[in-house]
Design a protein around this ligand. Structure first.
Ligand SMILES: [Zn+2]
Length: 696
């Protein structure tokens, strides 16, 4: 050991601790590179030789297995910096000190702190005093060299990888179903069962055209899919499990199944808080793509077609589904709803009906992944409406008036409180005066008494000033109550809010933003009825119950009033007549359509209304045969007489088949020689009058 080394070590250094920092980048190095670790521990002997007692050499080796590229995750390095900056370190020891930190910033910060706290640095080459310019320059150079070394190493590795990748020779962990043979060539997995499972997946997708349907098919037939374990003690083992949607998508998107070699499908990037972010790169920007590089399960054309089909299905997926910023869709609670059954966030789906979008809230994440039925599915229109009403009510003028009057009440009490505080100030003033007089009256020679009285006087003065300050502070705060214009503005808001809310020109996106300002989230549970647990910002909660909305067939049902009306009309009219009457009155079917004769007939049958024929028979009307028998004429003659008004018939269908009123005691008879039209005159008039009465 050179004398130069001993010169730098002073008594002051020896009084402080020596810190030996030990690090190996990876766990493998820790196990395999024992030599280096031994050398690192051997530095301890150097410190002993320089005069540090054995028990004051502190070894920091908690970073074994951590890379030196950044100090962020290295607890040991951070501890070292802390110890040095607290001035506890006399010397810092490390094998090739620049390896303390592989990052220039971390290294220079350590040097700076060592210089400030007069700590020395020691490596295998010698002792440095960072407070000396020459030493610091040397150490700085060593740090820069070390960083450069890391960069060169990395660039060389990266370049090697890229070169290998461009020749399609880079060994990348193959996906399930592919395997490297003894010559490092990628081949189909010799396990026939695995091969068949992969082939079945591709076949099923080709047949069904949907990843979801593929999962469903596997599930329905209780088929399992293989997976290889990549970590842990079971590494390399084959495990059979249930096929999930994400797995299917991963396989369908992987070009290696088409025999293509690819490299650079994703990039990793470091975020500000040190996390790694994986970014998928579009196909055009892939680093290497060599189709037909090895065996595959499908052709490259098949692969590309699969991509197109997947992309087309993905188009149908809305963006309006996650916990996300407010979007244009009309579902007001988008992104705020939690499932009351499983706790997942619910998503939105829209239905187009009557030219409008109707929202529906769904809990389907788990269902999609495992091709199971949806957890919950609740129509959203009623829920949105209920929440809207709740908000309008919460921001009503009455509610704000109450809040403001409470504030006014508090303001009245302020004056009482201030009077009390004034009293306190007066009292403190009196006590301070008293203490002052006592002090004045004492004999100045009696030092002991005088001192204690003076102390008391001072303390009273302090109390007085504190009381005064407290009163001022309170008055200042009390002055912050609402002024009249402010009150008016708040009350105006209450009237503005419902107007703004209901204004059809307010975009849904703005309405959603308003909701987000007021509500934290909403939990939905569908049972006998729909239960909404609403959490307001600030913690208040409210629970609402809504009846289950009618099913879609119930929504399209013709209203009971219309059915009742048809029942009444059937006494007097045929189906086409009833349809006309209802249409004239502007009534519509449950589906919003105009009535037709056939539709009325269907309603009559499905609601089991008594048919018009039965009604007329019940009222004693006669069939054409009966009428013919009574009058002694043939059937055709009956219809002709009816047409000319000699007898009265009532149509019971749209073919104008009639039932006839009994002709009475004096039935018309055959009268040769008189024209029918002349015989009918009087009768026709009376019949018309009756028809009018019926309608009225
Ligand atoms: Zn759920």
């Amino acid at each position: 050991m050179s004398s130069d080394m001993h010169q730098k070590v002073k008594a002051a250094h020896l009084q402080r601790n020596a810190y030996l920092y030990i690090r190996q980048s990876t766990l493998r190095q820790v196990f395999e590179n024992c030599e280096s670790t031994k050398r690192q521990y051997a530095l301890r002997q150097k410190a002993v030789a320089l005069g540090w007692p054995e028990d004051r050499i502190i070894v920091i080796d908690s970073d074994l297995g951590q890379s030196g590229a950044s100090a962020a995750d290295r607890e040991g390095f951070q501890r070292l910096v802390t110890e040095v900056s607290l001035g506890r370190a006399g010397i810092v020891l490390g094998l090739e000190v620049s390896r303390l930190a592989r990052n220039s910033t971390d290294w220079h910060r350590l040097l700076e702190i060592c210089a400030l706290t007069h700590a020395l640095i020691l490596d295998e080459d010698g002792v440095y005093d960072p407070a000396h310019f020459n030493d610091r320059l040397l150490l700085g150079l060593k740090g820069t060299m070390s960083e450069a070394e890391l960069h060169v190493l990395r660039a060389r590795l990266q370049g090697g990888i890229l070169n290998k990748a461009r020749r399609a020779e880079l060994v990348i962990r193959p996906p399930i179903g592919l395997i490297y043979n003894s010559e490092d060539r990628l081949v189909l997995d010799p396990d026939k069962q695995v091969q068949e499972a992969v082939r079945l997946l591709f076949d099923t997708f080709r047949r069904t055209g949907s990843a979801m349907a593929t999962v469903r098919t596997f599930r329905r037939q209780n088929l399992l899919f293989p997976r290889r374990v990549h970590w842990g003690p079971q590494k390399g083992d084959l495990v059979w499990g249930v096929l999930g949607l994400s797995q299917v998508l991963r396989i369908l998107h992987n070009p290696r199944y088409a025999g293509a070699f690819v490299y650079g499908r994703s990039h990793t990037r470091k975020t500000v808080d040190g996390d790694l972010q994986i970014i998928q790169v579009p196909k055009e920007e892939w680093d290497t793509l060599i189709p037909g590089a090895h065996a595959g399960y499908i052709s490259w054309e098949d692969y590309e077609q699969n991509q197109r089909r997947l992309h087309e299905s993905a188009q149908a997926m809305g963006r309006d589904r996650r916990k996300s910023p407010a979007r244009e869709g009309p579902a007001l609670l988008q992104g705020l709803i939690l499932c009351g059954r499983c706790g997942e966030r619910m998503t939105v789906r829209y239905h187009c009906r009557e030219g409008r979008l109707w929202p529906e809230y769904l809990c389907q994440r788990d269902g999609i992944e495992h091709a199971r039925p949806k957890c919950q599915q609740i129509p959203g229109a009623r829920i949105d409406q209920a929440i809207g009403e709740l908000l309008v009510e919460a921001v009503s003028p009455v509610a704000l008036e109450v809040a403001l009057s409470v504030q006014q009440e508090l303001q009245c009490r302020i004056e009482d409180a201030d009077r009390l505080r004034q009293k306190q100030v007066e009292r403190a003033q009196y006590e301070a005066d008293l203490a002052r007089r006592r002090y004045m009256r004492v004999d100045p020679d009696n030092r002991l008494v005088a001192d204690s009285l003076e102390a008391e006087w001072n303390s009273k003065l302090r109390t007085l000033s504190e009381t005064q300050q407290e009163r001022e502070r309170q008055r200042e705060q009390d002055r912050k109550v609402l002024s009249e214009p402010q009150r008016a503005a708040i009350l105006a808001l209450a009237t503005d809010f419902p107007a703004l809310w209901r204004d059809p020109n307010t975009p849904d996106r703005e309405r959603k933003r308003m909701i987000r300002l007021l509500l934290e989230d909403i939990t939905l549970l569908r049972g006998e009825q729909i239960t909404l647990h609403i959490r307001f910002k600030g913690g208040a909660t409210k629970t609402l119950s809504l009846p289950l909305p009618p099913n879609s067939w119930q929504q399209r049902q013709t209203s009971p009033d219309v059915v009742k009306e048809i029942d009444k009309l059937l006494d007097h009219y045929t189906y086409p007549q009833i349809a006309d009457i209802l249409n004239e009155r502007g009534l519509r079917s449950g589906e919003g359509k105009a009535f037709t004769s056939r539709f009325i007939a269907r309603l009559q049958r499905s609601y089991s209304l008594m048919p018009r024929y039965d009604r007329l028979r019940k009222a004693g009307m006669l069939t054409v045969e009966e009428m013919a028998a009574i009058l002694g004429i043939c059937r055709q003659q009956v219809t002709i007489w009816n047409r000319h008004g000699l007898i009265r018939g009532h149509a019971y269908n749209d073919k104008n088949d009639c039932l006839y009123e009994h002709p009475g005691d004096n039935p018309p008879r055959k009268a040769q020689g008189i024209k029918l039209s002349q015989r009918a005159l009087t009768k026709v008039v009376s019949q018309r009058i009756e028809e009018v009465q019926c309608e009225a």
